[in-house]
Design a protein around this ligand. Structure first.
Ligand code: NAP
Length: 306
C-alpha cells in the first residue's frame, strides 16, 4: 500500500469529510490550517469530528499551518473557489516535483487559475455531489450521500492511489471527460440556484417559473455549444426539470449561502458562464441579467458581489 501523506488544505465541510474518512481508514492525513490562531482553535477541540447518521467520531488528525515546511506530495485543496488560488500560492514552495493536487472547488475558473500557478504539478479536478456542512468549528455533518468524479485535462491515466479512496469508503470514479461533467454541473447550477435566490424559494417552487428556467436553459445550451462543450448541453432542459422535481423540498446551496450571510461563489458559477459567453461572442442576455440581479441582491445583503 502506498503510504503517501494526504495533506488537506482547508478543514471546512468537504475537507473535514475527506480527512476524517481517510484517517478513519488508517491512512496518514495532515490538515493544513491558515494560521497559528486556527491551529490553536483546532488543538483546543481535540480533533476533527465526523457526524454520520447520528454517530459521532472524533479523530485527532495531526495539523499544521501553511507556514510549516513539510514537503507535500499529494494535496487535497478544499477551500472555496475564491480562496483556492491564494491558498495554493501560500503552500506552493512546499510542493514536491511531481506532486498531485486534487481540486474540489465547485464551478469553473479556479481550477485553471490554480493550475497556472503550479505548472510543475499534476492537477486533478474533482466533481463532487456529496453534501456536508459544519455544525461547529472542526465538526462536520455528512448530510448527503453522493459521488466523486476525478479526472485531469491531459487525458492522464488514473492514479494508483484511487484504491485508498475505496478503502476510505469515498465513492469515486476516474473520468475521462471531467470537463464535460464540471460544465454540466455548472449549467444545472446556473439554471436553478440563482433563480432560487432571486425568488427566495425552494427548488420545487421554480416549477411556477418554468418559462424563465427554460429561457436560461436555451441560452446555456447555446453557450455550451459555442464554447466547445456540446456534450454537456445534451438534454439539459429535461435534466434541469428532473433535478427541480427530485429536489423540490430543498433550498439550493446558493440560497443557503445567502440566507446564512455567507459569501457565494458567483464568479465561478454564473459569472464564469457569462464571461465565457462574452469571450466566444455568444449572446446571453438572460444569463447576464440574472447575474446582475444576483450581484445586486447579495450586495444589498452586505455580501461580496464576486
Ligand atoms: P467551507 O466549509 O467554507 O470550507 C472551506 C475551508 O477552507 C475553511 O475551513 C477555510 O478555513 C479554509 N481556507 C480558506 N482559505 C484558506 C487558506 N488560505 N489556508 C487554509 N485554509 C483555508 O467550504 P466547503 O463547503 O467545504 O466547500 C469547499 C468547496 O467544495 C467549494 O468550492 C464548494 O462549492 C465545494 N462543494 C461543497 C460541498 C458541500 O456540501 N459542502 C459539496 C460539493 C462541492 P477557515 O475555517 O479558517 O475559514
Amino acid at each position: 500500500m502506498n503510504t503517501t501523506l494526504w495533506h488537506i488544505l482547508g478543514a471546512g465541510s468537504l475537507g473535514s469529510l475527506w480527512a476524517t474518512r481517510l484517517a478513519r481508514a488508517g491512512l496518514p492525513v495532515r490538515l493544513i490550517l491558515r494560521d497559528a490562531t486556527r491551529l490553536g482553535a483546532y488543538a483546543s477541540k481535540g480533533g476533527l469530528t465526523l457526524n454520520e447518521q447520528g454517530q459521532h467520531l472524533t479523530l485527532d488528525i495531526p495539523a499544521q499551518t501553511v507556514d510549516d515546511d513539510e514537503p507535500i506530495q499529494r494535496l487535497l485543496v478544499a477551500c472555496k473557489a475564491y480562496d483556492a488560488e491564494r491558498a495554493v500560492k501560500s503552500i506552493a514552495p512546499r510542493l514536491k516535483a511531481g506532486a498531485e493536487l486534487l481540486l474540489l472547488q465547485n464551478g469553473l475558473g479556479s481550477q485553471d487559475a490554480v493550475a497556472g500557478l503550479v505548472p510543475h504539478v499534476r492537477c486533478i479536478f474533482v466533481s463532487s455531489t456529496e453534501g456536508a456542512f459544519r455544525d461547529a468549528d472542526f465538526s462536520v455533518v455528512f448530510a448527503g450521500k453522493g459521488f466523486n468524479w476525478l479526472g485531469d485535462t491531459q487525458s492522464g491515466a488514473a492514479p494508483d492511489w484511487l484504491d485508498e479512496l475505496s478503502l476510505a469508503g469515498i465513492p469515486h470514479q476516474w473520468s475521462s471527460d471531467i470537463l464535460d461533467r464540471l460544465w454540466r454541473k455548472l449549467a444545472l447550477n446556473c439554471a436553478i440556484n440563482p433563480l432560487t435566490v432571486l425568488h427566495e424559494c425552494r427548488n420545487g417552487d421554480l416549477l411556477q417559473h418554468r418559462e424563465e428556467v427554460d429561457a436560461l436553459c436555451d441560452e446555456l445550451v447555446q453557450v455550451l455549444k459555442t464554447c466547445g462543450q456540446p456534450e454537456a448541453a445534451i438534454g439539459l432542459h429535461a435534466e434541469v426539470n428532473r433535478v427541480i422535481q427530485a429536489t423540490a423540498a430543498n433550498y439550493s446551496s446558493m440560497y443557503q449561502d445567502v440566507a446564512q450571510g455567507r459569501r457565494t461563489e458567483i464568479s465561478y458559477l454564473l459569472g464564469h458562464v457569462c464571461n465565457v459567453a462574452r469571450q466566444h461572442g455568444c449572446h446571453a442576455p438572460g444569463l447576464n441579467r440574472i447575474r446582475e440581479q444576483l450581484i445586486d441582491h447579495v450586495r444589498a445583503r452586505g455580501l461580496p458581489g464576486d
